[in-house]
Design a protein. Structure first.
Length: 269
């Protein structure tokens, strides 16, 4: 059967970027077994032929009313699918879904009836918020960076912006390329609506949110941008943990130095 991405360069490019990032997540050790998820809003590259495709699944309830997603299309990693396989065979380990007219259910339209990630409510809630706020962000990445998760096991780092300021101070690039910092969400059951609601609340202030003892979610213009923010934060965490393993508390950049960066790069916080 011909894949939906064949003869559609714009759509194929976006799916290829998802596959590339999936490979990076696996290589970094952030995607054990079927860990982590990626969704991307592909509505802008969907043509009339795709819009007329009949569903290959029944309607599936999302569990939430998401009015801004009516008629939208998403490419999603499949549930129980591995990032290392998504990297090699994206259309065999992910699917294209269409949000139904009721704004609270979806149907799979291509290529295979592979159920999307179990954390779809969180992902779609993020996309619904982004569209509603006028954002141009289209990608959401959830992954399990070892260093960042380890830091959430220390209550000191769970206080608002405590981890943000620490990570910003480790290397100038983190302050420059993750200017909104890192939001913290207290532990909640994975895949729960509670987690979805908390994530959306944090996105009002942050582009990257940390799920305590679980992982991070990042949103961006594209999947590569979302990955890059997590990668940059992880580098800062590694610098901090390396210094601690050498027996000293890293000095970090001073408040004055970080303020200098804020002015130089015209940063929001």
């Amino acid at each position: 059967m011909k894949s939906i991405i064949e003869d559609r360069p714009a759509l194929a490019k976006q799916v290829a970027e998802v596959a590339e990032v999936a490979g990076y997540l696996w290589q970094k050790g952030w995607a054990e077994r079927n860990g982590g998820n990626i969704t991307i809003n592909i509505t802008d590259v969907v043509d009339s032929a795709i819009r007329n495709l009949k569903p290959i699944s029944g309607r599936v309830d999302i569990g939430k009313y998401l009015p801004n997603l009516k008629g939208c299309y998403f490419f999603c990693k499949g549930t129980n699918k591995r990032m290392r396989d998504l990297a090699r065979w994206p259309m065999e380990n992910g699917s294209v879904i269409r949000i139904c007219e009721d704004c609270s259910s979806y149907e799979i339209i291509a290529d295979k009836p592979i159920c999307p990630t179990s954390e779809l409510p969180s992902h779609l809630s993020m996309h619904n918020y982004l569209i509603g706020s006028g954002s141009t962000y289209k990608a959401a990445v959830h992954t399990h960076p070892i260093d960042l998760i380890a830091m959430t096991h220390n209550p000191i780092f769970l206080k608002k912006d405590a981890l943000t300021k620490l990570l910003w101070s480790m290397i100038p690039e983190t302050r420059a390329f993750c200017p909104k910092g890192l939001g913290i969400i207290p532990y909640a059951l994975p895949s729960s609506l509670e987690l979805a609601d908390s994530t959306v609340k944090e996105l009002i202030e942050y582009d990257v949110v940390m799920w305590e003892k679980h992982g991070v979610c990042a949103v961006g213009e594209n999947v590569m941008e979302a990955f890059d923010m997590v990668d940059t934060l992880s580098k800062s965490a590694q610098i901090y943990l390396m210094a601690k393993s050498m027996g000293f508390e890293p000095e970090g950049m001073s408040d004055a130095q970080m303020e200098e960066l804020k002015v130089a790069f015209n940063l929001p916080k």
